[in-house]
Design a protein around this ligand. Structure first.
Ligand SMILES: [Zn+2]
Length: 498
């Protein structure tokens, strides 16, 4: 026993001092192998997990598999000795609702919808106040000298322009204040913080978009809508109104009467989170994310979701393994690194929203960067360039030049991919910068990269299967992310925001 102990000490002593950082790094990097990626992919995209719908037995098995992976690697949970972060969720149907404003009745769907639930409540003769665009920004505010406490706030969609026909906030470009879901969230958060009773957003596009969707899902055809089910995200009423009522709603002295009772079924599903603690700056965190869910079984067919998002999930498992190998050799990271698998992405980025907005397991303002992996194992048939060794890089330079540079260097030194930045534009019509889980980090000014290989013919089809992954380019992408994460965690200074 004692001898063994002594030998062990000697051995660890030697191993710490024999391997230089670059050797440890190289060894860890070389542990990312095609056969290991394949093995994990065939498991994660197998029928056993039944397409990992939220919620489902298959997804429960999948999260158990993920947690077990970290346990085997001796990478501990972030909090409470559990790898699981339960995310409160709910299915929503059309609420019981009737609305009358100053003797005028309004029709659900045609005139307005309840976009977000407030408490079940009878509103009686409440004051209505028109507050322009409902924006509060450094460069422009509608709330100056206005007290909206206890009032129903009415705002217009979009954002205003100045006399030169430029937007107040971003000049020639629209800002986050007119970006669909983000717009609604920002405007409602602002009104709620100001003490408003409820918010009405008047916007033709938003009303049409969501009344169509809600009507469809309420009819039972499209499957029920899913939203976060925690109290805090269900305590402020947001209505979307058709623009045909704009003039009426901007009149003075209107009275708001509404009966509201929501119709929801609550449940929960799990995020999975683990952490390697840093030694020098343990309170600075690099967070890797990949959504663990997919769309389940439809018409009797299992949607295995190998690319979406077995590819991001397995990439993270393999990266965690590479880090664990380096730790085993006595290496320690300067910063902490969090491995976060999120649920309910396919239902509206809900697992990551819950994490970022309601229960960050490590402080958001000490989270220095996010690397998000979603659909990164295939090739985009419409890219128009033959080289398969590429990856779309989205967001790297939007919030931080350092992050951009680190990713470029990691690629040059270790991955040798063609980095394709065509979607790296917040105004790109595909809106990829807002369409996966990194969104909930970038909205908090956390620099983020979304690694992505593009949409293809098997996207959200039962044919998105493990044998269709292109393992050589996929391996290089995994390496790129590993080395970028390594550098983020190990450099002397925290990356800077622009
Ligand atoms: Zn996805």
């Amino acid at each position: 026993m004692k001898l063994k102990f002594l030998l062990h000490i000697t051995f660890s002593f030697i191993s710490i001092h024999i391997y230089s950082q670059s050797e440890v790094l190289l060894k860890a990097s070389n542990s990312i192998k095609i056969d290991e990626l394949k093995e994990k992919m065939y498991k994660y995209a197998s029928d056993e997990f039944e397409g990992k719908d939220t919620p489902s037995k298959g997804q429960e098995l999948a999260v158990a598999y993920l947690a077990n992976h970290y346990k085997k690697l001796n990478i501990p949970p972030v909090k409470n000795n559990s790898y699981f972060q339960p995310v409160p969720l709910q299915f929503e149907s059309k609420p019981e609702i009737s609305l009358n404003i100053s003797e005028k009745d309004f029709m659900y769907y045609d005139d307005y919808i309840s976009y977000k639930n407030g408490p079940d409540k009878i509103y009686k003769d409440e004051d209505i106040l028109y507050v322009g665009y409902g924006i509060e920004d450094d460069k422009y505010s509608d709330y100056k000298d206005i007290d909206v406490k206890g009032k129903v706030v009415v705002v217009s969609g979009g954002e205003p322009k100045n006399n030169n026909n430029e937007y107040f906030i971003n000049g020639n470009e629209k800002s986050k204040w007119s970006n669909i879901r983000q717009e609604i969230n920002l405007k409602s958060k602002t009104a709620k913080t100001k003490g408003a009773l409820a918010l009405i957003i008047v916007d033709e596009y938003l009303h049409r978009r969501y009344s169509y969707r809600y009507k469809y899902s309420d009819s039972g055809k499209g499957g029920k809508r899913m939203e976060l089910g925690n109290e805090e995200s269900n305590n402020f009423q947001v209505l979307l109104f058709s623009e045909k009522h704009k003039d009426f709603l901007s009149e003075n002295n209107l009275r708001f009467n509404m009966n509201f009772k929501k119709d929801v079924q609550t449940f929960s599903a799990d995020n999975v989170a683990s952490i390697i603690r840093g030694s020098e700056f343990p309170d600075e965190y690099v967070i890797l994310t990949a959504h663990l869910d997919h769309v389940g079984i439809q018409n009797g067919e299992i949607y295995n979701g190998a690319d979406d998002n077995g590819s991001g999930t397995v990439a993270m498992l393999e990266i965690a393994e590479a880090f664990a190998l380096a730790m085993e050799q006595g290496y320690s990271l300067k910063r902490s690194i969090v491995f976060l698998h999120v649920t309910a992405e396919e239902r509206g980025l809900l697992g990551s929203e819950y994490y970022a907005d309601y229960d960050p397991l490590v402080p958001i303002n000490s989270t220095i960067a996010n690397l998000n992996m979603d659909m990164m194992g295939r090739a985009d048939p419409n890219r128009g360039i033959k080289n398969l060794n590429y990856v779309y890089v989205i967001g790297s330079d939007i919030l931080s030049d350092d992050l951009h540079k680190i990713n470029l260097d990691a690629n040059e030194n270790f991955a040798n991919l063609e980095l394709d930045f065509r979607y790296n534009d917040i105004n790109d019509p595909n809106q990829f910068y807002y369409r996966s889980d990194h969104y909930h980090f970038v909205k908090n000014d956390i620099p983020s990269i979304f690694y992505f290989s593009g949409v293809h013919e098997d996207y959200h089809k039962p044919t998105d299967t493990a044998e269709k992954i292109l393992y050589e380019p996929y391996k290089r992408r995994v390496k790129l992310i590993f080395h970028t994460a390594w550098e983020l965690a190990n450099r002397n200074t925290r990356i800077k925001l622009k």
